[in-house]
Design a binder for this molecule. Structure first.
Ligand SMILES: [Zn+2]
Length: 466
């Protein structure tokens, strides 16, 4: 009772008292600098009222209203923006690593990530259980969208994937995903053949299921987009369409070995045309620049002192060895600088794609097997990379929490601090529009209306430290 009384006093002091009965909310944030990525400006001195996990009311502190709340948070001199979306993550590694994957959840929250898009793994059952508990409020973690198992060809590359070789398999696979239900279809190119690949796109499009992922190097991204493909993970497949040499090179059946040659023949004028065609299809591209850089140097960089390494479980740490070994092998071979050349071109592609109207998605690809890309920190790394590649901080932030919901047609419920939207918020000590690095200065995270001050986040992290 005492608390409410003091709240009333505060609001009285701030606003003209007109209504005899004040509205009472769960949480009231006062004196907020709201980060508005539509205008690219800060809206100073705002209040945000939250109840039942939803933003109920926003406005200027100087307007004449009376509001009370069970919990009041004065965020003077701080910056409030929607929570981050990491649009490409993985939960995987088998039953034995389920708990270690679960320990990723507090890491995401600690970095202000309130939503993740899981791009396929082999522990979907666990993921669905966590998702239920997070929704019920019994488990702390980000909102999870998941593809469920990946679709691939014969003898899939990743555990838990569904093999699709013909039309009958397509029907079975999509039926199975819909029964989960999965939120989108993730296709992988371990062995999938172009016919089966295109057949998945057609059938999924008819069913209204979103599709994204890798694609066979012998398939064409513009044909795929015309059949209904919604997005592309990583930049290989877009890059391929931007090289006049790509078709003849991919016929050599050398797999990704042709990528550096394709990168060298990248043609900006051709690219411009390709980007415009993809933009017309409202296409999404997840560049994953950050992990590209990590993997490009993983053979030589020393990660033993990484700040977040102690938060990664033993079993998941062990999965890092694979990529390190293959990078060391590659470093000794002629294709040693494959990564460096392609990564340079990848970075060059981002700004023209954005300007052409392609929906860029910020995604980190963090998770087991993807060495030294840590949940939470990696998406901060990706946003910084996107700015380095030429996006403004405003544009980079849009690729996270505006385009993320757009992919799922959920812009009405996420992506801005507006009445009626889910109360997923990140409160920072410094302005991210001035310097993208300021996203590291996490003060408080609010997920579905639940408040996690830095002290609480630190405690949650300590609990998963090895
Ligand atoms: Zn991935």
């Amino acid at each position: 009772m005492k608390k409410i009384a003091s709240l009333l006093l505060l609001v009285l002091a701030l606003t003209a008292w007109k209504n005899p009965v004040a509205k009472k909310y769960d949480v009231l944030i006062t004196h907020a600098n709201i980060v508005n990525v539509v205008t690219g400006k800060i809206q100073p001195n705002q209040f945000i009222a939250i109840s039942k996990g939803i933003i109920q009311q926003t406005g200027n502190m100087s307007t004449s209203i009376s509001i009370t709340a069970l919990k009041i948070i004065n965020v003077q001199n701080k910056y409030v923006m929607p929570g981050l979306w990491d649009n490409h993550v993985h939960f995987r590694g088998g039953e034995d690593l389920a708990q270690e994957n679960k320990n990723f959840l507090p890491l995401y929250l600690a970095y202000g990530v309130t939503t993740v898009r899981d791009c396929g793994g082999d522990i979907t059952n666990h993921l669905l259980q966590w998702r239920k508990e997070i929704t019920d409020g019994t488990l702390a973690g980000p909102t999870i969208f998941t593809s469920g198992p990946k679709l691939d060809g014969d003898k899939p590359a990743w555990a838990g994937s569904i093999a699709v070789l013909n039309q009958k398999d397509v029907i079975k696979a999509l039926d199975s995903l819909q029964s989960i239900p999965s939120d989108f279809v993730k296709i992988y190119d371990g062995s999938i053949q172009p016919d089966a690949y295109y057949a998945i796109l057609k059938e999924a499009h008819q069913r209204g299921m979103k599709t994204t992922g890798h694609m066979p190097l012998t398939a064409n991204i513009l044909d795929a987009a015309n059949l209904g493909l919604n997005g592309s993970e990583h930049l290989y497949y877009v890059l391929k369409s931007c090289s006049p040499k790509a078709d003849s090179l991919s016929k050599l059946n050398m797999g990704y070995g042709v990528m550096s040659e394709i990168a060298e023949s990248y043609d900006p004028a051709l690219a411009e045309k390709v980007y415009k065609q993809l933009a017309k299809k409202e296409f999404f591209v997840t560049p994953t620049l950050y992990i590209g850089q990590i993997l490009a140097h993983v053979a030589t960089d020393d990660h033993s002192q990484d700040q977040l390494l102690p938060y990664i479980g033993k079993g998941i740490k062990a999965t890092y060895a694979g990529r390190v070994a293959s990078a060391k092998r590659a470093a000794k071979s002629a294709s040693g600088d494959f990564h460096n050349k392609t990564e340079e071109v990848f970075s060059e592609m981002v700004k023209p794609m954005y300007d052409a109207g392609i929906n860029i998605l910020a995604g980190s690809d963090c998770g087991a097997f993807n060495s030294y890309t840590y949940p939470g920190e990696a998406i901060h790394g990706e946003l910084k990379r996107l700015v380095k590649a030429g996006l403004t901080p405003t544009e980079a932030l849009k690729t996270s929490f505006v385009n993320g919901p757009k992919f799922f047609d959920k812009s009405a419920t996420y992506g801005s601090i507006t009445k009626g939207k889910i109360a997923d918020l990140l409160i920072l000590d410094a302005n991210p529009l001035v310097k993208i690095e300021n996203i590291d200065q996490v003060n408080t995270v609010i997920a579905k209306g639940k408040v996690y001050p830095k002290s609480k986040l630190d405690k949650m992290l300590a609990a998963v430290k090895n």
